[in-house]
Design a protein around this ligand. Sequence first.
Ligand code: CU
Length: 441
Amino acid sequence: MTEEQITKGIGGLIIVRDSIESALALPRSYGVDDIPLVLTDRDFSTSNQFTMVPYGDSMLTNMTLRAQYQVPAQVVRFRILNGAIERSYNLGFSDGRSFSIITSDGGLLNAPVSVTKYILHAGERIEILVNCSGQSGTSVDLKAYNSLLAGNVAGGENFNNGPFANYLGKKDFNILHLNIGAQTANAITTIPKTLITNILLNSANANITRKLTISDSAGLPNIQGPNAFILNHKLFNINYNEYQVPLNNTEIWEITSSSAFGHPFHIHDVEFNIISVNGVAPTAAQAGWKDVVFIPGKTGGGPGNPGTPSVVKFIAKFDDYADALHPFMYHCHISLHEDEGMMGQFVVTNQNAVADLKNTDILVSLYPNPTNNKLYIEFKNQNQSAYYITITDVLGRTKVMLPKPELLNGIDVSHLSKGIYHLTIIENNSKQTTTKTFVVN
Ligand SMILES: [Cu+2]
């Protein structure tokens, strides 16, 4: 339901600051020379409500139609998120000026990268610096030069009718009209030569290369839905975890796509470094920390000719634990594709923790039992604690769910009606479960 939820407003941008970034001579006066931009497009119903479409007819910048903003005559920083349902934006300025990319999805680049155009795909983030010094009283437009997008990149198609038809397809259009005003005090007026020194992951340290596929489901047996795009030849299944990644593994993920369309592939848990896209090392703007990578569509192909698949490799270190209850996901960041099933799950296993406690029973007492107010829980092994507690009634209906419960003061069960209940505890370290019965009287 991602497309519907994003359409109706569950989406936004978080700015993360740290001491390393704070020490650099960068614009950071929020709303003055440091401006977040969330890019999306929408359609409106006859009663001016959002309608759910993959491509909107209207560009919205920070949810504003025909957005404009006054910026000072100095270096201005834009923190840009592509929050579209599907569309990529080929960013550039109306006077052809260059701008400097200073971050990728996961943080600062080694140095600003000067470009005149940059394609930002769904889910991707960049920060850019634009030098407006000495330009007070003038104006310029940030635009999407989407007439230049290839036909198999989202927004570069040119459908005249059908569900994907829209006014912005394969066209150039305004994102933000900038009126340049007076310079502020203590303005940043030059773009720094360098930023930080990223220490990237080394392929020689990879424990494994996992091979994933992207393909078009059309014609495949056992795949429901209309022509969904799929990962590893299957649709998403919430009860299935594709990979068990050992905690702290360094892994190369190699994604081979025979899809005719390009897909922004996103992974939870980690930031990665792109190794190559069709054998070519990433551009400087993509050579930092990323969590979305654009997987181009296959090249060539036609009747009787499958064409040449695209191959993208990245490397990541999986240093966050995730159990089977709360697995991480990887998916296409085009929400329509994600919703159709272009997603998978993986867990990150902490084998040491399980081994330590494998032979230790989880001995738990519940008291008082019966109870009509508080229920106290005591672990016989004081090194154990509760990770998750659920209480179900005798018909199996879940009545209480408590993640990371605080047990010192007991659990309030006074709201439960009289009867017999089952309390299931997942132990914090071993993730083993035990179930006890208690009575509310
Ligand atoms: Cu996709």
